[in-house]
Ligand binder design. Structure first.
Ligand code: 13P
Ligand code: SF4
Length: 317
């Protein structure tokens, strides 16, 4: 069997041979993050997918992310090391659900978080990620109703910060982030009263975090609601002794690497996405050796989904 160093060298060699770029989400296993050409959040990786020169993208993340890369770069080969790496949040809504919901609200604009299948994206008007959701919502004329899907916690967060009351929210959730709930957060904050707090807006506790601020339990300047990319930028500049992190635990690898003087601790150490962790060292090697599994999206579906994703990429973050 190979050492980790031999494995990484072999991955790099095969990637060169295949003219492949390796993209990894911030929740991937540490060895996958370290061997990738780029590690980032969903928006950053979508942007890269549409600009990289390589003819093949090996996407180390979950299925909808690889699909998004394929939608943006239809001429490229997009591989995912395990096509079963799904997403409990994306699974909360189907294309048929979107059509039925839209029929109930004629004239509404459908804003979809990127954590959706290609089939769902094809039924939507504009995508968003956790780093640009508020900007995307602000781009919709104020008197137009918005159907926001599929995440209820991100939806509630966006509704609060934009102050709009004509946003209807789909009641989906990610099982990992929903599990980082208000009770867990209050316990951790009580145990670490001086720590700063970075909260992903998909968390069940994203509302509680702001209640803690409202109640004066935590000073406002110590709490930030951020995408995973936003957390990394904030971490690089942090002078705090300790920051509590409310998101999937894979994120800690990037944060600890970016700033070695601040301590980063999870709010919930069991918040692990088993889908993200399905991408293993062996499976990445196998994907590069065999050229599997290739992501395909039917052309008409891809064309409709692309409009929605491209509108988001144009708006910026
Ligand atoms: P971001 O990396 O865009 O913050 O997304 C978080 C997430 O849950 C993706 O699955
Ligand atoms: Fe989906 Fe949640 Fe896993 Fe992200 S962490 S991929 S939203 S199940």
């Amino acid at each position: 069997s190979m050492t980790r160093h031999e494995w990484a060298a072999e991955v790099r060699r095969l990637a060169r041979e295949r003219d492949a770029v390796i993209l990894a989400h911030n929740y991937q296993r540490p060895e996958i993050q370290d061997v990738a050409d780029h590690t980032g959040d969903s928006l950053g990786l979508s942007r890269l997918a549409s600009t990289v020169e390589a003819s093949t993208i090996v996407f180390c993340g979950v299925h909808f992310m690889a699909e998004t890369a394929k939608i943006l770069s239809p001429e490229k080969t997009v591989l995912i090391p395990d096509p079963r790496a799904g997403c409990s949040l994306a699974d909360t809504i189907t294309a048929e659900d979107v059509r039925a919901w839209r029929a109930e609200h004629p004239g509404a604009v459908v804003v979809a978080y990127v954590n959706t299948t290609a089939a769902v994206k094809a039924e939507t008007d504009i995508c968003c990620t956790s780093s640009n959701a508020a900007d995307v919502v602000r781009s919709v004329p104020e008197d137009t109703d918005i159907l926001f899907l599929p995440d209820q916690f991100l939806g509630a967060h966006v509704k609060r910060i934009t102050g709009r009351d004509n946003i209807h929210i789909w009641m989906g959730e990610c099982h990992v982030h929903a599990g980082i709930d208000g009770g867990t957060l209050r316990e951790r904050v009580a145990a670490e009263p001086d720590a700063e707090l970075y909260v992903h807006p998909e968390c069940g506790c994203s509302t509680s975090a702001l209640y803690l601020v409202g109640a004066g339990t935590v000073p406002e300047e110590r709490v930030r609601v951020l995408s995973t990319g936003g957390m990394l930028s904030a971490a690089k500049e942090s002078t705090a002794d300790k920051v509590l992190i409310a998101t999937e635990t894979g994120m800690l690898h990037q944060l600890r690497g970016a700033n070695t003087t601040t301590e980063f601790e999870p709010v919930n150490s069991r918040a692990e996405c088993h889908y993200m962790k399905m991408i293993t060292a062996d499976k990445l090697l196998n994907a590069l050796r065999t050229g599997t599994a290739e992501i395909t999206v039917p052309e008409d579906m891809a064309a409709r989904a692309r409009k929605s994703v491209e509108r988001m990429v144009e708006i910026g973050s």
